[in-house]
Ligand binder design. Structure first.
Ligand SMILES: Cc1cc2nc3c(=O)[nH]c(=O)nc-3n(C[C@H](O)[C@H](O)[C@H](O)COP(=O)(O)O)c2cc1C
Length: 183
């Protein structure tokens, strides 16, 4: 027997991608960070649903660059800081007590304590309901030493990536082990 899930809730049947924090700068170089859960990556692009009122959106449109930063379990408490609305110009990385790490190609910094980073350049956007789907080309990646396995795959278990399951409550699931299917 199946029960029905309403149209506005059926997206909740799918677990989100791991939560990310996007760092940007405005044209004066002020750093901004914000949490995002609605995105899809189709290499070499990542498409993020960004509310157009967010500083993140304005900064990406101003400078054409952003960095995707991936927190692990150890950084769980910082996510709510990146989810709060601060006045424009406030550096949320500092508010969260975290450290900026210079990026290799783009101007926005990486978050040093986070596990992995993807530097991106804005490509195109499309309106999707109340959000803009903002696409960026992934230009460069980096992660903590010891988080790439022998095949060069990112170790999501060791990193402790956090999938959003109860937004806006700060409840996540984090993968604890790998399971192999039949070959
Ligand atoms: C876990 C989490 C996921 C979020 N996902 C999104 C999202 O996918 N799209 C979005 O526009 N806002 C999302 N938000 C809200 C923004 O992070 C929040 O409004 C933030 O203050 C925007 O900051 P900004 O104005 O500095 O860009 C999320 C917040 C949290 C805590």
């Amino acid at each position: 027997m199946k029960i029905e899930v309403s149209k506005d809730r059926c997206g909740k049947l799918l677990t989100s991608e791991p939560v990310i924090v996007i760092t940007t700068v405005d044209k004066e170089g002020n750093v901004n960070g914000a949490a995002f859960g609605s995105y899809v990556r189709v290499a070499p692009s990542i498409m993020v649903a960004v509310f157009p009122g967010h500083d993140t959106y304005g900064n990406i449109k101003e400078t054409g660059e952003f960095v995707v930063n991936l927190p692990g379990r150890d950084q769980i408490d910082s996510i709510m800081v990146f989810g709060k609305s601060y006045p424009k110009g406030v550096n949320e990385i500092q508010e969260a007590g975290l450290t900026e790490l210079k990026s290799t190609i783009v101007e926005p910094p990486r978050i040093a304590e986070y596990k992995a980073h993807i530097e991106c350049r804005f490509k195109w956007e499309k309106e999707v309901g109340s959000h803009m789907l903002v696409a960026g080309e992934m230009l460069a990646g980096s992660c903590d030493e010891g988080l790439l396995d022998e095949r060069g795959c990112f170790d999501v278990v060791k990193a402790g990536v956090l999938h959003i399951v109860r937004y806006p409550e700060p409840v996540y699931i984090s993968p604890e082990k790998y399971i192999e299917g039949r070959r």
